[in-house]
Design a protein around this ligand. Structure first.
Ligand code: NAD
Length: 250
């Protein structure tokens, strides 16, 4: 590792598992101090213990603005600034349009769209000029895929937020980019199926649609996030980096 994030203070939301945890690991490996958030204190403590150093857990729900305020207060008191924000927390629920309930709609929009939006709004005052923000969207943000109507719309909202935040923060030298994963092997996969057989069939179905012929690994998403938060991408802002084994473009 290059250690070129040495001394940087970073926040990764939803970092107890999956992509968020892999991103936190990569940022720590590159020298950053990383705040990890999530709703389960036990899961977060285990994640921080696994990272071993330069990591701190703060429990909270991204859909709860009070929790976001508390998180910002902790970071301000302990470090006084943030250099990197990775708004990763998100959830999925697969429901055909005819069966969508207001509860399904609100859960996905509250967590994914509202949670991501206010994570940025609340942390921006703490961000150092020249900092970097990455918002986790999804390749679904440009797809029409049965059962994912509300989820895809939350992710399209996130892609749009990235453009506007990038324009609003450009004067401070803060770059804002979006990263859109394809199908990545994390616990979110199992959430989309009720039985192991369904999960196996669903995974095979996804794999058959992926040009490179396999699911992605969380570390491959962490590579993309590292690129977007490091000086390697110093001339890139408002962009959507799609990391999906070719699904969207091929
Ligand atoms: P995951 O379920 O493994 O992890 C999601 C994390 O977010 C968990 O730590 C979870 O506890 C946390 N989280 C969920 N709701 C939260 C809330 N309200 N407040 C705080 N934390 C919350 O999923 P993942 O695959 O690691 O997904 C990470 C991000 O990547 C999500 O935004 C997801 O939509 C996006 N994504 C994932 C895939 C994929 O195939 N895995 C594809 C496209 C986009």
């Amino acid at each position: 590792m290059s250690h070129d994030l040495e001394g940087k203070i970073a926040l990764v939301t939803g970092a107890s598992a999956g992509i968020g945890l892999a991103v936190a690991q990569r940022l720590v490996d590159e020298g950053a101090f990383v705040y990890l958030t999530g709703r389960s204190a036990d899961a977060l403590d285990a994640a921080v213990a696994g990272l071993g150093r330069n990591a701190r857990a703060v429990t909270g729900d991204v859909a709860d603005l009070g929790d976001l305020d508390r998180l910002v207060d902790v970071i301000r008191a302990e470090h006084g600034r943030l250099d990197i924000v990775v708004a990763n927390a998100g959830t999925v629920d697969v429901v055909d349009g005819v069966d969508v309930t207001p509860e399904h709609f609100d859960l996905l929009f509250d967590t994914n769209a509202r949670g991501t939006y206010f994570t940025v709004q609340k942390t921006v005052p703490l961000m150092s000029d020249g900092g970097a923000i990455v918002l986790l969207s999804s390749g679904m943000n440009v797809k029409g895929f049965p059962g994912y109507g509300v989820y895809a719309a939350t992710k399209a909202a996130i892609r749009s937020f990235g453009r506007t935040w990038a324009a609003e923060l450009i004067g401070r030298g803060i770059r804002v980019n979006v990263l859109s994963p394809g199908v990545i092997d994390t616990p979110i996969l199992a959430k989309q199926f009720t039985t192991d057989d369904e999960l196996r069939a669903g995974t095979d179905g996804f794999t058959s649609m992926i040009p490179v012929g396999r699911l992605g690994r969380p570390e491959e998403i962490a590579n993309g996030v590292y690129y977007l938060v490091s000086d390697q991408s110093s001339y890139t802002t408002g962009f959507d980096l799609v990391v999906d084994g070719g699904v969207v473009e091929l």
